[in-house]
Write a protein that binds this ligand. Sequence first.
Ligand code: RFL
Length: 398
Amino acid sequence: MTKTLNGRAARESADVVILGAGPAGLVLGNLLQATGVDCVVLERSSRARVESRARAGFLAPNTVRILERHGLADRLRTHGHLHGSCEFRTEDVRFRLDYENLGKEERHTVYPQQNLVADLIAHYLRAGGRIHWETEALAVLDAERERPYVTARQVDGRPGRWDGRFIAGCDGRWGAARRSLPAGAVHHHHDHGVSWLGLLAEAPPSLDAVGYALHGRGFAGHMARGPQVTRYYLQCPRGTHPEAWSEERIWAELGLRMGAERHGPLTEGPILERGVVDLECDVVEPLRHGSLLLAGDAASLTAPAAAKGANLAVLEAELLAGALTDALTRGGTGALDSYSARCLAHIWRAQEFTAWMTRLLHATPDGLFHASLRRARLESLRTSRAHQDWFAENYVGV
Ligand code: RFL
């Protein structure tokens, strides 16, 4: 219930105040709503913006199982595409790993993140969930006390206050939850020292696999997003402006790095979106500070090289929903107490594999020694079944 104070500030309360309507916040909201826990979501952007923000696309089998378990996977099951193959290319070799036949024999589901987010919003609102759009959380206060609260700026610019028993920080890397952490929080940060020009092209995929090209001029990547849309990545110098490359130069460079002349041309099309991503990662420890709990990118950022971020967000949201429901409906605090340690075990596994992938994919300026290590690693992956099984298990797992 929202009350207006003196015609200016609004004040509202809920058992759980969720910051952020991304995959983490929305899965959490849906799961709490389903168990009858009173919650509210505050989202800085508009609904239209959140539902059109293209990001992840590769969902791990465990993510799909979680969404299925809670009745959140109907559209994903009918509109998603199963995907179980990736291809590595260098100037000398080209080989394919059908990871659906390796390791635990599992596949990704390709389903754009913005579609998943739209599904989660629709489901949450249908169940009576509350979301305040264009409401930016400014700070989380009194997290170490019994009644924490969030201050926010509402869509019309008025201040607002949301009181809760718990605050779920699902507002990403630059959100209010991270800014409100106490001094004791440990923030691990690592810069992989590599940047990508990330592109979304209105063009059907050029190959029926994820493509990783390790070229002397830098990495190039190819990932299907749907029958008519493909994501491409080009390693670029740090500080590159997204508009610095013309479409002509982009397609020429992609063709060159992916060996189009030898392996077949790329299907070109207009570039719908572009952005530069610096491959960085970080982890906040612990994920719980009194009644403030972090999930998703707010807890840990993984470089997009191994497609783990959205998958971790969904996994953590399920664990957090169970822990909060237990605490609020049964008074059990065991799951809340172990929430951080359980998530961190998954987070560090994902960080380790992402760092491995990042080192494999990129030419770095440290010269011949590193280049020879990359060649040896790739050769091991090409020829060793044990290495391939390890890769497959980590590639599709969280
Ligand atoms: P999100 O999705 O960033 O959502 C956070 C939400 O919080 C809002 N917000 C605030 N709201 C209120 N008050 C504030 N002060 C706020 N500050 C922020 C934001 O508007 C937003 O709506 O975080 P969440 O839910 O933790 O989900 C994380 C994922 O979005 C992210 O990890 C993935 O997109 C990463 N990622 C990928 N992950 C995968 O698992 N598979 C992939 O294939 C994959 N591809 C990618 C990716 C990330 C990419 N970018 C962004 C670099 C490809 C790319 C290009």
